[in-house]
Design a protein. Structure first.
Length: 70
């Protein structure tokens, strides 16, 4: 029979552990080159998702930016 429609026992979307302050989702178009680069970085960094790649890449770029600005 299963659970009734609208049941409160629905699985809640789990926030990835690598995001310390969830701020939402991005849904953007990217070039084929960017998509392939994300896949390559995912493999290089040993990560599981493109979300993790974006978080890590942005943190690296921001660290470089802050180092240059100092």
């Amino acid at each position: 029979m299963g659970r009734p429609k609208g049941s409160k026992n629905k699985l809640k979307e789990k926030q990835p552990g690598f995001i310390s302050e969830p701020g939402g989702r991005l849904n953007v178009r990217v070039s084929l080159t960017t998509r392939e680069s994300l896949v390559q970085l995912k493999e290089d960094f040993g990560l599981n998702t493109q979300e993790e790649v974006l978080e890590k890449t942005v943190s690296i770029v921001m660290a470089l930016r802050n180092a240059i600005a100092s």
